[in-house]
Design a protein around this ligand. Structure first.
Ligand code: PMP
Length: 412
């Protein structure tokens, strides 16, 4: 290639650093050449509610958001955000450890401590950064992070940043975890990282058994409850609460970008030395803190989630109905029974997955098209995530759209 072709070539032999992406560029081009709408470039032109948006000028039911508890349009949440914007301005322009801790950040951490009934809470700018920060700071190069192979990218990246030894074990396999732990030196630092709900297939972890074998081996345990907060467990604290092991978990990681309905991440813990992390955790220290309006919406939403029992019940009913309905239509699903608000529809391949995704969009339904490397075992998934604000009538409409699109594309 020449400099005229757009690439600055000082020394002609150096490779174009984009070359490693060529297979992906080719695959994408082939997929779009047939006139397919780009599934990774959809624009929400207007958002009317947690469950309806205008996409390509068309009213579209949203079944691919993480708005599990439907808090994004809650009037109290919006009012709190507006008030904070008026009173504290649009941004903090600084790190939490310098000028970036406002009253609202403290109140948000108080709300989290109360929500989880834990001693400590630390708010990060995203959930990604919360995992990155806690894992990389707790587990250094001589320590082991024992993790499920299906772990979220932020967990793997946290191990990378801390340079820890990664010990993967087979997804949700208690025996495999136990075996790996037994092989590690008794005197080595160990952090077992688990998720409550695994976001691709929507399955939950056997935390009770996993926490027990981890503690037996002297490991600390971190559970990412991103997809269960607000919905699973008596108080909405997640799968660790539902399975009765929350007091044995050292760190719970969560996010404001799902049930809480805004953006941000956090870690809660009962460990007596936890507060030192505020000084040594690089993804906490070396980035700007969340804007005042965001922490105000988060704190209000978290407090409202403490009394979200009725919403939880409705969301559970919706999950059961959608899961049962899709199964009856003949779709292959990620779990035999609904285990969370995520229902994954397994597609035979990327081409038919993309065609089905587009057919659903034409019907007026948005779901997530998920593909490797985000998905396990190279699967292509149509990931449906329900919202407590979906009405019974909308679930009926959604099933009708799946039936029409599925027949059109020939996957049922
Ligand atoms: N953990 C898990 C399990 C997730 O699925 C996600 C986001 N999808 C995150 C962490 C990161 O959360 P955030 O969007 O707040 O960065």
């Amino acid at each position: 290639m020449t400099a005229q072709a757009g690439r600055p070539s000082v020394r002609g032999t150096a490779p174009d650093l984009f070359d490693k992406f060529q297979p992906l560029i080719d695959q994408r081009a082939a997929l779009l050449a047939g006139g397919l709408t780009d599934p990774f470039n959809l624009v929400m032109e207007r958002v009317e509610s947690p469950t309806v948006a205008i996409c390509n000028g068309r009213r579209t039911i949203l079944l691919g958001t993480y708005n599990y508890m439907g808090m994004t349009f809650d009037p109290d949440v919006i009012a709190a955000g507006k008030q904070a914007l008026d009173e504290f301005g649009s941004g903090t322009t600084g790190s939490r450890v310098l000028n970036g801790t406002y009253q609202g950040h403290r109140e948000c951490e108080d709300a989290l401590r109360e929500f989880y009934a834990m001693d400590h809470a630390m708010v990060f700018s995203t959930g990604y950064q919360a995992n990155l920060g806690i894992i990389s700071t707790m587990a250094g190069k001589d320590d082991y992070v024992i993790l499920d192979t299906d772990s979220h990218a932020s967990i793997y990246d946290g191990c990378g940043l801390g340079n820890a030894q990664i010990v993967p074990f087979r997804h949700n396999d208690v025996e495999a975890l136990e075996k790996r732990l037994k092989r590690l030196p008794a005197d080595a630092g160990k952090l077992v990282v688990l998720e409550g709900v695994y976001s691709m297939l929507g399955d939950i972890a056997p935390l009770k058994e996993m926490v027990a074998v981890s503690k037996e081996a002297g490991a600390m345990v971190l559970v990412d409850e991103a997809h269960s907060m607000g919905f699973i467990g008596e108080h909405g604290r997640g799968v660790a609460e539902a399975q009765g092991v929350i007091d044995d978990v050292d760190f719970i990681i969560g996010t404001f970008s799902k049930s809480v309905g805004t953006v941000g991440g956090f870690c809660v813990s009962n460990h007596s030395k936890f507060e030192i992390l505020r000084l040594v955790c690089r993804p906490y220290v070396f980035t700007a803190s969340l804007p005042p309006s965001v922490v105000a919406t988060a704190a209000t939403s978290i407090r409202k989630l403490m009394s979200g029992g009725a919403k939880r019940t409705h969301l559970l009913e919706n999950s059961k109905r959608l899961h049962g309905g899709l199964k009856e239509l003949g779709f292959t699903l990620g779990t035999d029974e609904p285990q969370s608000a995520i229902i994954a529809v397994i597609m035979p391949d990327l081409e038919r997955g993309a065609a089905m995704w587009e057919a659903l969009l034409h019907e007026g339904l948005y779901v997530n098209l998920a593909r490797p490397p985000a998905t396990p075992q190279g699967m292509t998934l149509l990931r449906c995530s329900l919202c407590a604000e979906h009405s019974g009538a909308q679930v009926g409409e959604i099933l009708g759209m799946f039936e029409a699109a599925g027949r059109k594309v020939g996957v049922i």
